[in-house]
Design a protein around this ligand. Structure first.
Ligand SMILES: *[C@@H]1O[C@H](CO)[C@@H](O)[C@H](O)[C@H]1NC(C)=O
Ligand SMILES: *[C@@H]1O[C@H](CO)[C@@H](O)[C@H](O)[C@H]1NC(C)=O
Length: 357
């Protein structure tokens, strides 16, 4: 039987590749290398592609790709100069994950250092830790050779922040506080206020209030990238400067493995973007990869991860892409139209795929 003998041949060949390349590797089946990224971050995908096509590892290609977005300040929400917090400061969240070893390095709310993904790789490669935060992450990154301290504000971010202050600090991420419609300092809304009838029915019902006023394509973007290298090794990374007007100290899904991205070289990878405060409660990328491990196709795995969130938070805005070891990719989204970019050996250039909710 033709099909039978074909799969016998494939089995035979992959056994040879396995013997030659060892544990970590699968033979190059022709689908590799492969780069997938959230959004039409074309230059970032090109940079990762050049790196991985030139023989670099999946981890290093992810770092090249995400670094490019940090330098270009993709959409103003990656790298320095974007998303001012309530104090007008820009901070950086980033993560890199090696899907062969399951090592992760990440930095969160990192101040004064612009190279998020490189700092994340330093945490992964030169510490036993997974996640460093705040000013101490900056001290570590600088001590390990990254440039800094650097002013992460730009005239754009400061202008945005000044306008927001002038608009009585609206919109913001506070809830159940007083004052409601002006800048802080804020205090918890007390029992007295509830007795005065301000406690809304929706809160009593336990239904989440809409948050969509905060969220748009230029407010909550993350570059989340997956690379499969020529050896079949999978890595992912993410980098973002977070949510505009966030409360200082806020960390989103970006540096959380399983949330913004997840990789397992046995299965494939996932990347996510959107309302990180909500998405990080569901670890959507962990969900996607684990579904694919059980044999679910990427398209269904992506849809399932998104609909699990939508069931609890019907107003959330977000998206994931899924890619399996065969290079089959798909996206799913909720509340907005999503685009992701792909570069594979059979493409002449980066291709952008559009996914509708
Ligand atoms: C940081 O850069 C911004 C924009 O260029 C500038 O307005 C601000 O004064 C700088 N802050 C410091 C402390 O140098
Ligand atoms: C990847 O997904 C496609 C589409 O569902 C499937 O045909 C293929 O077997 C999957 N590959 C792996 C390695 O699971």
């Amino acid at each position: 039987m033709a099909i039978g003998s074909l799969s016998t041949t494939v089995l035979f060949l992959s056994t040879i590749f396995y013997m030659v390349l060892g544990d970590d590797a699968v033979g190059n089946s022709g689908q590799y290398p492969l780069v997938v990224s959230t959004w039409p971050f074309i230059e970032a995908v090109k940079a990762a592609w050049r790196a991985v096509d030139g023989g670099l590892s999946a981890v290093d290609a992810v770092v090249e790709g995400c670094s490019t977005c940090e330098e270009l300040r993709c959409d103003g929400t990656v790298g320095p100069g974007g998303s001012p917090d309530e104090n007008g400061e820009t901070t950086i969240d980033a993560m890199v994950m090696n899907g062969v070893t399951m090592e992760v390095g990440a930095v969160a709310a990192m101040r004064y250092v612009k190279d998020g993904i490189r700092a994340a790789r330093l945490v992964m490669q030169h510490t036993e830790h997974t996640l460093l935060v705040g000013e101490q992450a900056s001290v570590f990154a600088i001590s390990m050779g990254l440039p800094g301290p650097t002013n992460l504000s730009s005239s754009d971010s400061l202008e945005k922040w000044t306008k927001w202050k002038a608009n009585h600090c609206q919109p913001n991420f506070r809830k159940n506080v007083v004052p409601v419609d002006s800048c802080g300092p804020y205090h918890p809304k007390g029992i007295m206020d509830v007795n005065e009838g301000e406690c809304s029915k929706t809160n009593l019902m336990g239904v989440a209030e809409p948050r969509s006023s905060h969220i748009g394509p230029h407010n909550h973007d993350t570059i989340s990238m997956a690379v499969i290298d020529k050896m079949g090794r999978v890595a992912v990374g993410a980098s973002t400067n977070g949510a505009t007007y966030k409360i200082p100290g806020r960390v989103g899904d970006g540096p959380i493995a399983g949330s913004s991205a997840y990789a397992d070289s046995d299965v494939g990878a996932c990347g996510a973007t959107g309302d990180g405060d909500i998405m990080m409660r569901f670890l959507p990328c962990y969900q996607v990869v684990e579904s694919m491990r059980l044999g679910v196709e990427p398209r269904i795995a992506a849809k399932d991860a998104i609909s699990r969130i939508a069931r609890k938070f019907p107003d959330f805005v977000g998206a994931v892409f899924a890619v399996n070891k065969s290079g089959v990719h798909a996206g799913a989204c909720h509340g907005w139209t999503f685009q992701y970019s792909v570069r594979s050996p059979e493409m002449d250039d980066v291709e952008v795929f559009t996914v509708f909710p």
